[in-house]
Design a protein around this ligand. Structure first.
Ligand code: GUN
Ligand code: FE
Length: 421
């Protein structure tokens, strides 16, 4: 790749409480796809005769990261909103995921899914697939072809589910080893992630095997945690301990980099262990609304030093756009604030930081334009939303609240422009 310089209005968050804003700024990107420098004028950039591209009057921001999404639930997006988590899984989700034994069906749906992530400017995602090794491999290859970053999990599950979605632990391990042999290059954009579905779906043997795989291959881990009251009670009955401890016992709670979705009911020792083990929260506000789980105490997480990013959680969530997820996160935090009166609600810069730099940290140096960060970026032409002399920050806020894929003109992942397939 050649060295490049891009000119535009640059906005990003180094820190969660404030935006960096460069009007008509420049970002220099090295041949390896990393930011070498950001500057407000070209003369101060040490970039010799690098090629300069001017995105006249556009916004240049970090690309979006989705920390929790289920690719095989794409057909169920926007339907089946009338049940809470446990019956919702049994009635709607598991029957759909069983279809992914069929590779032709998987290919059709997975191509659509990856294309739509691309459309909404999400260049990195933590993705759940299904138990099926072949369709999981296919999904990983589709991400590779697209040039986008993804941690993709073959789902481990062997209890409280239909027979067609239950995989004996030995086969599960062999399936993982097959995927690891093909994909486990630590620098690759697409990698496996160890994915026990959640404690109620996994026998102790499967949880133990997942922990051993994570340790042996030094792979990250993703799962669900404390999403719904009935689920939390079920885990207590099944494992005779609190939810986070049930993962921790098996080496699935920060022993390797770990992201846990939801955490609506996380508090006390669970919260403290997450902080100590640097377990990342994937906050999924739309899912928590649709499946009627509740409101995650995100302000408390941030104030306690937890790492937090945003997730769409299709199809518990109905919206794939991480921009929209920022809006929902802020709105849900305002409802939470009204009910609890003890902590202030989320700001725009906090929501933006969660979606970019904070979530991006799960993928490496991703989500900011500081030197050394991988250049994952979006070029937003908001001229159709920008008729009245708004400041650059107001333009970004209006894009987040009002915009969609139509304003995204270019998408970059690790320095390369990514074109939809
Ligand atoms: N917990 C276990 N599986 C799932 C799932 O597919 N979606 C959500 N929202 N929660 C889960
Ligand atoms: Fe989920």
């Amino acid at each position: 790749m050649k060295k490049k310089v891009y000119k535009a209005h640059i906005l990003y968050t180094k820190e969660r409480n404030r935006f960096e804003v460069l009007e008509n700024g420049y970002v220099a990107v090295d041949a390896d796809g990393r930011v070498s420098e950001v500057a407000s004028d070209l003369k101060s950039l040490d970039c010799g005769d690098w090629e300069v591209t001017d995105f006249v009057d556009c916004l240049l921001i970090p690309a979006m990261n989705d920390l929790h999404v289920h690719a095989p639930q794409y057909r169920n997006q926007g339907i089946a909103m009338d049940l809470e988590l446990l019956p919702w899984l049994q009635n709607y989700t598991f029957p759909e995921e069983m279809k992914y034994a069929d590779l032709a069906y998987a290919e059709r749906m997975y191509r659509r899914f990856v294309h739509d992530l691309w459309r909404f400017g999400t260049m990195r995602a933590c993705v759940f697939a299904t138990i099926h090794t072949d369709s999981t491999r296919l999904l990983m290859r589709i991400f590779q072809e697209a040039g986008m970053g993804a941690l993709v999990g073959k789902v481990a599950m062997d209890r409280n589910c239909p027979e067609g979605l239950s995989e004996p632990v030995g086969e599960m391990v062999l399936g993982y080893e097959d995927l690891i042999a093909e994909f486990n290059n630590p620098d690759a954009l697409v990698r496996p992630i160890i994915t026990p579905r959640f404690v109620p779906s996994c026998t102790p043997e499967t949880l133990r095997a997942c922990g051993e795989l994570a340790a042996k291959y030094q792979l990250p881990v993703q799962s669900h945690l404390s999403e719904n009251k009935d689920e939390v009670a079920l885990v207590r009955t099944l494992e005779n301990t609190w939810y986070g401890d049930a993962y921790n016992r098996y080496g699935l709670f920060g022993q390797t980099p770990t992201v846990m979705a939801h955490c609506v009911f996380t508090e006390g020792e669970e919260l403290e262990l997450m902080r100590r083990n640097r377990v990342v929260v994937a906050h999924c506000p739309t899912s928590n609304l649709n499946v009627a789980s509740g409101m995650a105490p995100v302000r408390k997480f941030l104030d306690n030093g937890l790492r937090v990013g945003l997730g769409s959680d299709i199809s518990g969530g109905h919206d794939l756009s991480i921009f929209r997820m920022m809006v929902y996160a802020i709105q849900v935090s305002k409802m939470y604030y009204q009910q609890n009166h003890d902590r202030s609600f989320l700001t725009l810069s906090e929501a933006f930081w969660m979606a970019t730099k904070s979530a991006g940290s799960f993928f490496g140096r991703v989500g900011s334009f500081e030197p050394g960060y991988e250049f994952d970026a979006l070029i937003i032409d908001d001229s159709d939303l920008n008729h009245d002399n708004y400041s650059l920050l107001e333009r970004l806020e209006r894009y987040i609240y009002l915009g969609d894929d139509r304003q995204i003109k270019h998408r970059f992942c690790r320095g390369k422009e990514i074109f939809g397939q």
